[in-house]
Write a protein that binds this ligand. Structure first.
Ligand SMILES: *[C@@H]1O[C@H](CO)[C@@H](O)[C@H](O)[C@H]1NC(C)=O
Ligand SMILES: *[C@@H]1O[C@H](CO)[C@@H](O)[C@H](O)[C@H]1NC(C)=O
Ligand SMILES: *[C@@H]1O[C@H](CO)[C@@H](O)[C@H](O)[C@H]1NC(C)=O
Length: 355
């Protein structure tokens, strides 16, 4: 009888100690300073766990209707550290080499904008709020004193906006800047970005850019439209996807020139495995990422990111499903094969609901 009580007590004691210990472990995990010092054990976390953090974050974003930053700074810092670790891990995966590697070509240097005054480089990725970031940098460079004062037509006019491209510097100046400046860019779910590019360039085209509808669309329709009888009407999303998933797309890309920046991969735009970016923001978490980028770049006291309209950064699965419902599974697979690098490098989940 006596022994039983002793045993029971011992069990409780062990349980109690375990609870105390687990509390301790969570505390050290959350502590930003502790995290900084104890890099060792955390960097050897299995990849599945790294992915979990990113996924947890994404899930939270999906169920979160508000735009106010709810996460504290150390949590945001942790998310960004995980992202860079994932990037570096995927960059080293040889079987993804063709989809993750790129040369720091003139095309890439053309995408990068420079603020010498604040030692910042920003790689432009269209359809992920890059106009707003350009405005932030234009103000920082001093051509205008506030974001509201910049006329819309000047934002993309690089003669007047005081925002040089990295390609306009000598090779030595380029290297110096790549090695010492704060570097960032923004990504977004790759398929949702393509939908956005398609709508913006071939359906609405709010800016006056007739060449998309008049020069590019007819070429794509001629080559990629399956149903010849449907010759009337503009470019369909199905035609666009077939072009993007075509392994021989490069031939047409050359013909289209720099217009392709709206739909080539983030890898092709910014060379994320070759350039050591400090921060890669996600459109889906821009409410947290924009202030974080300003802080990391040391400019949060000088400028703030324009107000983000509620709901626009949220991943819209039903929109993605709607657009891809007209595309054959085979064409979606080809598209995914081309954009797989972007999905894996930046921790976006494969949209298996489409296949
Ligand atoms: C490398 O990438 C391939 C293709 O996505 C994947 O199957 C493989 O598991 C990755 N390798 C490692 C070591 O993660
Ligand atoms: C990568 O591209 C090269 C040249 O285009 C090709 O020979 C090779 O098979 C590709 N590798 C993979 C893993 O797809
Ligand atoms: C998602 O997209 C669909 C179709 O474009 C739209 O009707 C709907 O309002 C969007 N949902 C949200 C939450 O923005």
């Amino acid at each position: 009888m006596h022994h039983r009580w002793l045993l029971l007590f011992a069990c409780f004691w062990v349980l109690f100690m375990l609870m105390v210990a687990s509390k301790f472990i969570t505390l050290t995990m959350k502590d930003p300073e502790g995290y900084g010092i104890k890099q060792g054990p955390l960097t050897v976390l299995p990849e599945t766990e790294k992915m979990t953090v990113t996924e947890t974050k994404k899930l939270q974003i999906e169920v979160q209707p508000t735009t106010t930053p709810l996460k504290d700074d150390s949590y945001t810092a942790l998310i960004h550290k995980e992202r860079m670790e994932l990037l570096s891990y995927v960059c080293h995966n040889e079987s993804l080499r063709n989809l993750s590697r790129n040369a720091i070509s003139k095309f890439v240097l053309d995408r990068i904008f420079v603020s010498d005054k604040h030692r910042i480089l920003f790689c432009q990725t269209p359809k992920v709020g890059n106009t707003q970031w350009k405005k932030v940098l234009i103000v920082l460079n001093g051509a205008f004193s506030s974001i509201e004062e910049i006329p819309e037509n000047v934002v993309h006019d690089h003669e007047k906006n005081g925002l040089p491209r990295l390609s306009s510097y000598s090779a030595q100046d380029v290297n110096e800047r790549l090695n010492s400046y704060f570097k960032f860019f923004i990504v977004r779910d790759p398929f949702e970005r393509l939908i956005s590019a398609f709508k913006d360039k071939f359906i609405h085209n709010p800016r006056f850019e007739p060449w998309y509808k008049h020069n590019i669309a007819p070429v794509l329709i001629r080559k990629y439209r399956k149903n010849r009888r449907m010759s009337r009407g503009g470019l369909q999303f199905q035609d666009f996807v077939r072009y993007l998933g075509d392994p021989n797309h490069r031939f047409l890309d050359l013909q289209f020139g720099d217009h392709i920046i709206h739909w080539v991969t983030f890898v092709e735009l910014c060379a994320p495995c070759e350039i050591n970016y400090n921060v890669i923001g996600h459109h889906e978490t821009l409410e947290d990422d924009a202030p974080y980028i300003l802080k990391e770049a040391g400019i949060e006291h000088l400028v703030s990111y324009p107000t983000i309209p509620p709901g626009i950064t949220k991943y819209n699965r039903s929109k993605v499903e709607h657009y891809f419902s007209k595309v054959s599974k085979r064409d979606i697979k080809h598209l995914y094969t081309r954009f797989k690098g972007d999905f894996e490098l930046f921790g976006y989940r494969k949209p298996t609901f489409l296949f």
